[in-house]
Design a protein around this ligand. Structure first.
Ligand code: DIG
Ligand code: MN
Ligand code: MN
Length: 388
């Protein structure tokens, strides 16, 4: 087996909507036939994926009769079992249907908020039936174009009450799900509420059961806003809230491109894989991306294979980085603290205050220190470029 051949233990997953993407965009018609959920399971299993994820309507049409719903889910569960594929994450499509055009959980219309909660309850039922562990909420329509249309504080209260209602629904039914909130700064709305992972982390603490709720950061979404995605993920890890992640590629300050993982900023992709692997992240390596509009059916599977292969190549480079003695010696020297000054900052005490307050630190000499970052970054780049 090749070093870069995906294995089930790598926990690579794809949304059904990724390989089923037909290449439609705001300026062009679909260019590919849709890949059915069953074919997605079959083909992704062949490529070595661990599982697929889905919005409710990726599998069950929004107007399906209960008998049709049952038939579809039963058939899908069999295909999953036949191909040893899991459904670690599920979510609700609260953004495609016209009813949500001014929001779902933050709609001005209580009937629409109620319909969104009803649809999410049914979606949660499907997710639990498929043994999902994580339920993602991405508020694609939770935002504004006309700021005067909605009091933003009221909108956040509506978002909170809908999520609290669904937390209650899961607890009442003893569903073992955890929620993961996904931020995005804009698109398809002019501005989206709770636009960054950091904003979501603060919002989670205002919910009825914060422990049940984490985040699902997406590479493209923080990058669109010009933010450092690795730092966003680090903050989630620091809070024990990285419940899921959406991996893809993105050029800074553009529309949401959802490109193949690693296809753009390779250094960020490397540092992200390093953070996930070094931190011991145990969740899905989930790709929320889609093939270029230029691609035919063969290109769809090139896309899927490329996402996983790039992750594994970068994972092997992280191992090289961590084993590279020259790099590790530089890193050790950077944090060297022979006088154990750092330990005095771990917690306040009169003794530590006396010690820290009494330290004679030569500001001028210390300010002259060179950090050797040019060499460190060159060595890092040489690992990424494959010459170390
Ligand atoms: C878009 O980035 C969103 C939707 O595709 C879905 O709700 C979520 C799941 O990863 N990501
Ligand atoms: Mn996206
Ligand atoms: Mn996403």
């Amino acid at each position: 087996m090749s070093l870069y051949q995906p294995k089930k233990s790598d926990r690579f997953t794809f949304g059904l909507w990724t390989v089923a993407n037909r290449g439609r965009d705001p300026f062009g018609e679909a260019v590919r036939e849709a890949v059915t959920p069953i074919r997605a399971v079959q083909e992704l299993s062949k490529l070595g994926a661990y599982g697929v994820n889905l919005h409710d309507n990726d599998l069950v049409p929004i107007d399906a009769a209960p008998s049709e719903r049952t038939r579809i889910i039963t058939e899908f569960k069999k295909v999953l079992a036949d191909h040893d594929m899991k459904v670690p994450m599920a979510t609700t499509n609260l953004f495609y249907d016209p009813i949500f055009k001014d929001g779902a959980f933050t709609s001005n219309d209580a009937k629409i908020r109620a319909y969104a909660v009803q649809k999410a309850m049914r979606g949660i039922d499907v997710g639990v039936e498929l043994n999902a562990e994580i339920y993602v909420f991405w508020g694609g329509r939770e935002g504004t174009e006309v700021e005067s249309s909605k009091n933003p504080v009221e909108a956040l209260k509506w978002m909170r009450e809908c999520l609290n209602f669904l937390i209650g629904y899961c607890k009442d039914n003893r569903y073992p799900l955890k929620f993961a909130l996904e931020a995005k700064p804009n698109e398809p709305r002019g501005d989206l509420y709770l636009s960054t992972t950091g904003a979501m982390l603060a919002f989670i603490e205002t919910l009825d059961d914060p422990a049940m709720v984490g985040v699902n950061p997406e590479v493209a979404h923080e990058t669109m806003a010009g933010l450092n995605f690795v730092h966003a993920v680090a903050q989630a890890i620091d809070r024990g809230k990285l419940f899921h992640i959406d991996l893809n590629g993105q050029k800074m300050s553009r529309f949401d491109q959802d490109l193949r993982f690693g296809s753009e900023d390779i250094k960020t992709a490397f540092m992200l894989v390093k953070l996930l692997e070094d931190s011991g992240y145990q969740g899905s390596r989930h790709f929320d991306a889609h093939p270029y509009r230029t691609e035919d059916d063969a290109g769809v599977w090139d896309f899927a294979a490329g996402c996983m292969r790039t992750y594994l190549i970068l994972k092997e480079k992280v191992h090289r980085f961590n084993q590279d003695e020259e790099i590790q010696a530089i890193l050790r020297n950077l944090t060297a603290d022979p006088e154990k000054i750092g330990s005095s900052l771990h917690a306040y005490s009169k003794a530590n205050a006396t010690r820290v307050g009494g330290l004679a630190i030569d500001r001028i000499a210390t300010g002259k220190r060179g950090y050797g970052y040019e060499k460190l970054d060159q060595l890092t780049m040489e690992i990424i470029m494959g010459v170390r």
